[in-house]
Design a protein around this ligand. Structure first.
Ligand SMILES: [Zn+2]
Length: 441
């Protein structure tokens, strides 16, 4: 007999999720689709997932069922790379990466020495995530510890699975934004002790990128990771050609960009690097050998003119690298993972390797979970997983409604959602089994 708790509830609609990697297997074997499905949630977890017809038979009448007539129920989106402290500078005109950092990013991040500012932006950032259907994110904060505290406090209020860390940066940035080898290490350690493993929160040791950390700081980051091996590493790599050349000039003894991080013990499972647009084959091989993951950030790569990340090369079957999707706000131009998938598709087209709907959905859900080594907890809708899920409305706009009437398969419907979808497509967001955002249609 199935036991049902007093807070048990169910949602009904089309259910879609992936159970495998469509870059390595056929789409058919990975894609799970239930046309009229029921998801039963109890105590923050998925109790069961199956056809409404079968599950409703044994569901007690007291368990409420929320029906979404035009809804597709999906795992919550996982944004593997985003900067909350850049929320207010999204859409700043011009410049490529290095000038953009100096002109916009550094002045913006200086504001986060003020805890009130941190709190204000953290709240608005969280609202944007939930509104966009993002239920887990890996987030860069500013150099100041209070910027991390503010974000984790907001995430804790709704028991969100969030990974974040204070930026480590001890050179090549304005004076007010720099830490030191010692203060960066000590501040990060204190934040780990306070937050890592509290509820669903995890800490990421966060060197901004190799050029803004001295060799000593990268070494200290590696040391800190050794002392706290369940934490994460997040940073940037090979985003822009000038940046790649700069990194090489600062670390001439290293054989390539990733080798800088590898040398300091910053590669491995639970290490995730954003961009990787200009990575060499030997760097992909090192990612594979060490279990290091990458974040594909297509709107940012387009916006800053960085280039076209070759996701198909990264996923080469001979040495497949785990890849998640990142909005990279504020260089990214949208919080919406649907909008980001649209750009991922176009990036593939420009490289002559278009991604089908199943691959796209994988990047935004299970692929992200695997890139973060969280696939045992999130990324699918199987029984036992944490109940982070969203509902997309296929009638969100008149154009989408009319076009949806002409699709003949779930793959076509999913693809259309990535092309026409925005944050306005999200009807409901559930985090740990609680409704945290709802849009009226
Ligand atoms: Zn970034």
């Amino acid at each position: 007999m199935q036991e049902y708790g007093s807070n048990c509830f169910a949602v009904r609609g089309a259910i879609v999720y992936l159970t495998g990697d469509p870059f390595l297997e056929t789409a058919e074997t990975c894609l799970q689709y239930i046309e009229d499905g029921l998801l039963i949630i109890d105590a923050g977890k998925i109790l069961s997932c199956g056809t409404a017809q079968k599950l409703l038979r044994s569901l007690p009448a007291a368990v409420p069922v929320q029906t979404y007539p035009h809804g597709i129920i999906l795992p919550g989106f996982i944004d593997t790379h985003i900067h909350y402290v850049q929320t207010d500078m999204i859409g700043s005109y011009g410049e490529q990466l290095l000038d953009w950092l100096n002109t916009y990013t550094f002045p913006e991040e200086l504001k986060f020495s003020d805890p009130f500012h941190c709190k204000n932006v953290a709240k608005r950032f969280m609202d944007q995530l939930l509104k966009s259907g993002t239920t887990t994110a890996m987030v860069f904060c500013a150099v100041y510890p209070e910027s991390v505290n503010a974000l984790f406090e907001e995430a804790q209020k709704i028991n969100m699975r969030l990974i974040a860390g204070k930026v480590l940066m001890d050179r090549n940035a304005p004076e007010g934004l720099l830490d030191t080898v010692q203060s960066g290490y000590a501040d990060s350690k204190r934040l780990i002790e306070r937050w890592h493993g509290t509820g669903r929160l995890s800490y990421a040791i966060t060197p901004r990128f190799a050029p803004t950390s001295s060799p000593e700081q990268l070494e200290a980051a590696g040391q800190l990771w050794k002392e706290h091996p369940t934490t994460y590493i997040q940073s940037h790599i090979s985003e822009n050609k000038k940046e790649v050349a700069w990194a090489a000039s600062l670390f001439p003894e290293r054989k390539n960009y990733l080798d800088i991080y590898h040398h300091y013990g910053l590669t491995g499972k639970q290490a995730l690097y954003a961009h990787g647009v200009h990575l060499l084959e030997e760097e992909f091989q090192c990612c594979y050998d060490t279990g290091t993951s990458l974040a594909h950030c297509p709107t940012s790569n387009m916006f800053l003119g960085s280039g076209l990340f070759d996701v198909s090369a990264a996923k080469n079957k001979k040495r497949p690298v785990e890849v998640g999707l990142g909005t990279d706000v504020g260089a990214g131009t949208s919080f919406s993972m649907l909008v980001t998938l649209n750009e991922a598709y176009k990036t593939g087209q420009l490289r002559n390797v278009p991604l089908d709907a199943v691959k796209l959905l994988y990047l935004a859900t299970l692929g992200g979970a695997r890139a973060l080594s969280l696939e045992d907890k999130i990324g699918t809708l199987e029984a036992g997983k944490e109940a982070d899920f969203i509902v997309l409305n296929t009638h969100a706009t008149s154009l989408m409604k009319e076009r949806m009437e002409r699709v003949t398969s779930i793959q076509e419907a999913l693809f259309l959602l990535t092309v026409l979808g925005t944050e306005e497509t999200v009807e409901a967001t559930y985090v740990a089994g609680k409704l945290v955002y709802k849009k009226q249609f």
